[in-house]
Design a protein. Sequence first.
Length: 151
Amino acid sequence: MNTRRTGKPIEILLVEDDPGDVLLTVEAFKGAKVLNHVSVVGDGVEAMAFLRRQGQYVQAPSPDLILLDLNLPRKDGRATLAEIKADPGLKRIPVVVLTTSQDERDVLHAYNTYANSYITKPVDLKQFLSVVESIDNFWLTVVKLPPNEPS
C-alpha cells in the first residue's frame, strides 16, 4: 500500500457542509489504493481552526490535501481558500476546490487565489464517486505531496 515515507496515512481535510456529500466522499476514499484518513469540518471558520490547531482542534493532524467546497456557512470557501494561501504555514498544502458551482467567476477566483484544481461536483451518484476516485488516483497516487510538517 502506498503511503508517505513516514508510513503514516495521507491526511485529507474535507471542508463540506452537506452531510450527503460528506458521506459519499468519505465512503469513496475508503476504497482508495492509498492509506488515508479523512477529517471533516463543516465551514471555513472550523477549517481555519483545524488548520491552525485551535480550540477543539489542538490535536488535529496536518493535512496533506484539502478538499474545499465553496458554498459554506459562516466563512465561505472563497474566503477560506484566500486565507489558506495567504498563510506562510499553510499555503503549500494543495487545495482542491470541489463544489457545485460552475460559475466562471468562481473558477477564475479560485485559480487567482492559488487553488491547485477546481472540480465541479456531478449531480449523478456514479459520476460523483468517479470524481472522488479520480482525485484519489491523481492527488494521492500520482502526485508527490509536500511534507506536511512545518518548515
